[in-house]
Design a protein around this ligand. Structure first.
Ligand SMILES: Nc1ncnc2c1ncn2[C@@H]1O[C@H](COP(=O)(O)OP(=O)(O)O)[C@@H](O)[C@H]1O
Ligand SMILES: N[C@@H](CCC(=O)OP(=O)(O)O)C(=O)O
Length: 361
């Protein structure tokens, strides 16, 4: 009997929704929507993160030869998103399930208030049995506003809604030891919490429309698993992939979840790129934060403060040698924090509940 995950985020890559010649694969889409309907009818709550706007737009609109690469992507995405969402709406409604469209940029995950507004909207849709269909807003998300790819977006969404599971559907069965086209390459079926880094197995190229490649898929999968979410990388091109998932018969790469289930920590864990300042700490504070004890960061352990941040902003925590050891939400601003450096008996700068410890490589 399956352990039934309540809420699952399913991410579908562009290459799953397109055929080899790059044209939209509407039969595959129908097949996947039918399977998602099966999961919904089994009582699961499904959030869909889908790529495909650029691929769908490219097929329907030839562009002036002078259009630069950035504009081309924006134009195709803006055109293609309509075709993509219409196809989903048509297919889901045939199965009796309403959908809603959310288009987001990295900016939407930046501050806590905005983040909570988005979460509230998703919770409302799920409570009303509406399937949220999410894609990056490629028309406005350019350069630093962009997610690495939709795998990152799916990981952020899974953490935001406290999902039990995240399924990343691509065009291969999972992560192989070697290139998947090599018949000798072995599929890694289980990634445990203590498993060494798998990046050495992964070739850097992406599929025709893919953006981040398998490397970002793997690192997002690992990060999500560390936050307590079960993750599957599986082949969306295979008939019955989601039914196999439900029956626990899926041939894929499975990431075992860690224990962390704390919502604030999940938000903070994904906030590195939004951090406003840096707090350098001494060895004693480092030892305390890395220990198993529940510890907040106190001013007495702070060596220096860099940058300007306000109460509620995310700050990076660095050890004495400048290595990042974590992130946290500041309880007060940089100006006050500077006044308290090295002093004992002061309020924590970062409370344990808002502290995420993870040493960078
Ligand atoms: N070791 C590996 N195991 C599996 N896939 C790999 C590996 N190295 C590279 N890849 C490539 O990663 C691709 C999937 O990543 P990507 O193109 O970003 O997919 P998507 O568009 O679904 O997000 C596969 O098509 C595969 O060719
Ligand atoms: N937002 C883009 C997809 C970007 C992306 O990450 O693509 P993929 O690597 O295929 O998931 C689109 O809809 O075309």
């Amino acid at each position: 009997m399956i352990r039934k995950p309540q809420t699952i985020v399913i991410k579908i890559g562009s290459n799953v929704l397109t055929m080899e010649d790059g044209s939209p694969d509407l039969e595959r889409m129908r097949n996947l929507v039918d399977q998602m309907a099966f999961l919904l009818e089994k009582g699961l709550r499904v959030v869909l993160v889908t790529s495909g706007a650029v691929a769908f737009g490219r097929r329907s609109q030839a562009l002036a030869t002078k259009t630069d690469a950035v504009s081309r992507k924006q134009v195709w995405a803006a055109i293609g998103q309509i075709a993509l969402i219409r196809a989903y709406q048509e297919l889901f409604s045939q199965k009796g399930h309403p959908i809603a469209q959310l288009m987001v940029t990295k900016e939407d995950f930046r501050d806590r208030t905005h983040y909570l507004n988005m979460k509230n909207c998703l919770d409302g849709l799920l409570k009303n049995q509406v399937v949220p269909v999410i894609n990056e807003n490629d028309a406005v998300a350019v350069t630093e506003l962009m997610f690495t790819d939709n795998d990152e977006l799916a990981g952020l969404v899974a953490a935001m809604i406290d999902a039990d599971s995240l399924i990343l559907l691509t065009n291969v069965d999972g992560i192989y030891k070697g290139h998947p086209s090599d018949p000798e390459a072995e599929l890694i079926t289980h990634v445990g919490q203590k498993m060494p880094d798998l990046s050495r197995y992964i070739a850097t190229q992406t599929s025709a429309f893919g953006r981040g490649g398998m490397l970002t898929k793997m690192s997002m999968a690992k990060k999500s698993a560390d936050l307590g979410i079960e993750v599957w990388i599986a082949n969306g091109k295979k008939d019955g992939v989601l039914i196999d998932f439900y029956r626990q018969e899926l041939r894929c790469t499975y990431f075992e979840p860690g224990k962390s289930k704390h919502n604030h920590k999940k938000w903070i864990a994904h906030s590195d790129t939004y951090s406003k300042g840096e707090v350098r700490i001494n060895d004693g504070a480092k030892r305390a934060l890395l220990s198993d004890k529940i510890t907040s960061l106190l001013p007495v352990g702070i060596q220096s403060i860099n940058g300007e941040f306000l109460k509620g902003d995310i700050v990076r925590i660095l050890d004495g040698s400048g290595k990042r050891i974590g992130l946290g939400k500041a309880e007060y601003g940089a100006e006050t924090a500077r006044e308290k450096i090295g002093l004992s008996g002061q309020r924590p700068l970062i409370h344990y509940d808002y502290l995420y410890i993870s040493e960078s490589n």
